[in-house]
Design a protein around this ligand. Sequence first.
Ligand code: ZN
Length: 706
Amino acid sequence: MSAPQRNILVSNALPYANGPIHLGHMLEHIQVDIWVRAMRMAGHEVHFVCADDAHGTSIMLRAEREGITPQALIARVWEEHTRDLRDFGIEHDHYSSTDSAANHALTNRIWNALKADGHTQARPVKQLYDPVKEMFLPDRFIKGECPNCHSKDQYGDACEVCGKTYGPTDLIQPYSVVSGATPIEKESLHFFVKLGDFEPMLKGWLAERRDAGGLQGEVVNKLQEWFTDGLRSWDVSRDAPYFGFEIPGETDKFFYVWVDAPIGYLATFKELCESGRKSGLSAADFDRFTLAGASDTEMVHFIGKDILYFHALFWPAMLYGAGLRTPTAVNVHGFLTVNGAKMSKSRGTFVNARTYLDYLDPDWLRYYFATLLGPTLADVDLDLKTFEERVNSHLVGKWVNLASRCAGFVHTFFHGKLAASLPAMEREKYDSASAKLSACARHYEARDYAAATRLIVEVADTANAYVAEKAPWALAKDESRREELHGVCTLALNYFRLLSIWLSPVVPTIAQRAHAFTGGPAARFADASAPLLGVHIHAFVPLTTRIDPKNIQAMIEASKESLRPAATTAPSATPPSATVKTQPASPNPESRIPNPGLISIDDFAKLDLRIGKVLACEFVEGSDKLLRIDLDAGELGQRQIFSGIRAAYDAPEKLIGRHVVFIANLAPRKMRFGVSQGMILCAGDGGADLFLLDVDTGAKAGMPVK
Ligand SMILES: [Zn+2]
């Protein structure tokens, strides 16, 4: 009983090429990879592509700061991204970059088609311009005082203090975060896609996809709000200097990064089709999957809920307008939190994929995420204690132990050969467990991995109860009961194999070792139905170990270290194609820039910055923000400072002995708890996102900092 074969092109959100892959990205990559593997095991044809999102102002400016070309920057990041994703077992057919010839050609083709049909327009737009840097400023590269609550240093699109949204020209005393200069208003010709032309099509598409299961109901409800006042035209151009594709026929006008990013899905697939690298796929297949009216193929996207509008409004409109197929499904997931809170650098819970891999097995995280992922937009929490317990209890305790407890007897007493039949009394129970597990295929397809792993755990419990009852270790002592022992071990190992097959999409590397041990084909779910009987098994090798909590702790500590320098990263010009939980007004958690307003060297010389050594550090009774710190300030003697860093450093004793940087000539301040004699310097935004400054070994208490 197999479903007709489906032919599916799958992609997920493109990681932005200005920083490393982190666990927020991994939630989505793991979700999509499990789906792809499960659909392949169910017998479907699946082509899985992704790429780096390589354009935009952020990448241009970052490359400039590093003194390299944007091309060199994105090439380096591509190496890092592909290595990290590969090491997490993400099995792309092709991983490209949006800065490719194929993407350039396809972007032009789509634009020209929209233009030919009158779906584009050009009109002058007044925008803030940095007269020093000679560039137009994206909203997030302008800061100033909030016109509503008068908080300083707010972005040009929304206030993070009072939540009000506004335009950058509404800011009081605006400044460019690139140069610090006061921006001026300047007019420039911009190009637009007339989204209003596609309103009836989009409404129909949303309703149709919702009914067909290609869009979640909550997603459609959210998108429908956008139609209330009619769809406004979408500004798709940016002025030079900009790192991107130049708009054909124009000078110094570039496509906004969000135009060519989703087109990158198709361009990457085109490269795959034309490369001849995948058997059964040729250049002609590109049209088969992408032209309007393609009915025997599907195009499925996985994205986070922060980039919904780009994928479910702009993207289908562009495709439709250019005579291409609209997406079959846009599967949207929630954000990742760690220990119940937004990922935080100071707590060490903003973990890069590479840091995780340095300490822990990727399949462990894949399994843990699978137990929580459902088809909704609900956030997923990586609770590190539960992570440890669940992996140890489920993967090691319930699954791997089934094999490790029985394999030895098969080799010792039966020449490594399984019995020719299952114990007669148990056959029916085994078949019903197998039938029960076949529902996993449906759960995987519906992206309800939590339901699939629940079934797997239930069957594992049945199998373990059987082994506990039969106690093969006791049977083995009785020579007259060899046949019974053989039957028990054969059944236990068949349960183990059954579980391995159904776990394969989730923990591919461990499952691969399991299949090597039991032998026999296991590439498809259909292989699960017939038990392995009368065949030889291989020697048992340890499949995985228990998580040592020390490794989790080490990963957290390493994350605190590795992310410190990132505090000055430039803002992202696009909402990130990532999945970190953030406030709506600040899509990128790394996007904080200090006010670079200009001062003279004389102004700087007024600061007496010194190194201090922490002699004592303790909580302040009656304050949930402050730590009381005694500093050895060398020639200046000893200082008492009250510092509002408790949320970021909640283990004060750990700071003792550490060197910090502080302002020694700040006027003493009398507080409720005592007098504060200076201020300790931190990077970051405040709250839990604060990072004390370090000095290299050799610096002594009291040394001036210049
Ligand atoms: Zn405000």
